[in-house]
Design a protein around this ligand. Structure first.
Ligand code: LLP
Length: 420
């Protein structure tokens, strides 16, 4: 089963559905903008990932940052997932969603004292340590709490992930991880620290990789390091290869999928006894969600035609931030003259576009589905322009569950005060 652009969403009798529910009915009932996720698509993506690694002891730690809604975390928790977190807030979400903290790995370059304490108290599986200073801090806090902290070092394999520079993380000039050449020395140092237990090794080279060759290169470098550690008597329970497997964002796009990814990793690591950890985010949720938006105004003329829709860069930031492409499709396949449209939001910035030069037959009031919006959509949204954040809905067969209510304007300034 692939997590390709089609899973969970399809036209039936000319109307776009999520599973058994017409998206037009969701827009009518829940309003727009509205994120809609397919539980079947989430489940299929997770099961496909797990099946690809069935031959190897492994744990899938869903990267919470991709989409942290409690209902989504709960779907994965029930399927047996662990979680990759980057803050105390994400740990709290995992616990609130029924996730098991003992399957949690904690990544990120800036873990605070309070966050480290919370994670130790919750007995997480492992800290993915990103610097020497952090290693010393975790050792000290564990000592104060009378606990032993499980750690991996995040090594920087220095491979080029060939992705957008903002989301490439495995190069030696990135802020992430410990330099490859320094890793052995830092494992030796970690071994001396009394309040740490060396649990594994970790890397993450970047996000939205649609060619798996860099993963194979990274795994090769990491395994060479594991062998060097073994030679010094340092054994590991797990090897964490991070996340980053990309998805197709265009219906016609070709991207390496889970089969190629698994082959790249398994071929390079035959005979390893360690458990393999994965931290996929986008692969599990990206194509399991769409963002519904309504056309407010059509502005024809001048150089370009603009369709002003009610979703904006505050709802889906990826086009403005990365120049990312999301397919935009109508809810009803109807006849009409296709014209080129700039699909833009109401925010007061020229960067506030969702799609450029899209050929669509549009009328005011139409609802559009912005595809591949399940990952880094709602999670990167903001209240810019004092816009309440969108509602979120999960479809399960014929059932429609509102999993996050639309925000109200009054909530947006409820924490603000005017000095007397
Ligand atoms: N593990 C670590 C340590 C990470 O930093 C990330 C993502 C992941 C796992 C999950 O990566 P994924 O499997 O989702 O590619 N906002 C950007 C993506 C930023 C990714 C940051 N780190 C976007 O919208 O494309």
């Amino acid at each position: 089963m692939s997590a390709g652009a089609g899973t969970g969403f399809a036209y039936r009798d000319g109307a776009l559905h999520a599973e058994d529910v017409a998206l037009a009915s969701v827009a009518a009932r829940c309003g727009t903008p509205c994120y809609v996720y397919s539980k079947a698509a989430l489940t299929a993506a997770y099961r496909g990932f797990a099946a690809a690694f069935a031959s190897r002891r492994h744990l899938i730690c869903y990267a919470v940052k991709a989409n942290p809604n409690l209902a989504i975390l709960n779907v994965f928790a029930r399927l047996g997932a662990g979680f990759d977190i980057v803050s105390g807030g994400e740990l709290a979400r995992v616990i609130a969603a029924g996730g098991d903290p003992r399957k949690v790995v904690f990544s990120g370059v800036g873990k605070t004292v309070a966050e480290i304490r919370e994670a130790l108290t919750a007995e997480i599986l492992c800290f993915n340590v990103e610097s020497v200073a952090e290693l010393l801090r975790i050792d000290r806090i564990a000592g104060e709490l009378g606990r032993i902290a499980p750690v991996s070092l995040r090594v920087n394999p220095d491979v080029d992930a060939k992705t957008h520079p903002y989301i490439a993380t495995g190069l030696k000039d990135n802020k992430f991880g410990v330099a490859y050449g320094d890793a052995l020395a830092w494992y030796r140092r970690a071994r001396e620290l009394k309040n740490l237990r060396i649990e594994g090794i970790d890397c993450h080279i970047g996000s939205q990789l649609t060619d798996v060759a860099p993963f194979a290169a990274a795994v090769e470098r990491v395994i060479a390091l594991v062998e060097a550690l073994n030679a010094e008597g340092i054994t590991l329970s797990h090897i964490d290869v991070g996340g980053g497997l990309g998805i197709p964002y265009r219906a016609e796009e070709r991207a390496d999928g889970i089969a190629e990814y698994a082959a790249a990793i398994l071929n390079g690591s035959a005979n390893r006894r360690e458990t393999f950890l994965f931290e996929p985010g986008r692969y599990l949720t990206g194509n399991a969600g769409v963002l519904l938006t309504r056309v407010e105004y059509l502005k024809r003329g001048g150089e370009r035609n603009f369709a002003v829709v009610d979703a904006a860069m505050n709802d889906l930031m990826r086009p403005a931030l990365y120049d990312a492409w999301h397919d935009i499709v109508p809810l009803h396949e109807h006849a009409g003259t296709l014209e080129s449209w700039e699909i833009v939001g109401p925010v007061c910035e020229s960067g506030d576009f969702i799609g450029r030069d899209r050929r669509l037959a549009l009328q005011e009031g139409d609802v559009l589905a912005i595809r591949s919006a399940g990952a880094y959509g709602m999670s990167m949204s903001s209240n810019y322009n004092t816009r309440p954040r969108a509602a979120e809905v999960m479809i399960d067969g014929a059932n429609v569950h509102v999993i996050r209510k639309r925000e109200h304007v009054a909530e947006l300034f409820a924490n603000e005060t005017i000095p007397a």
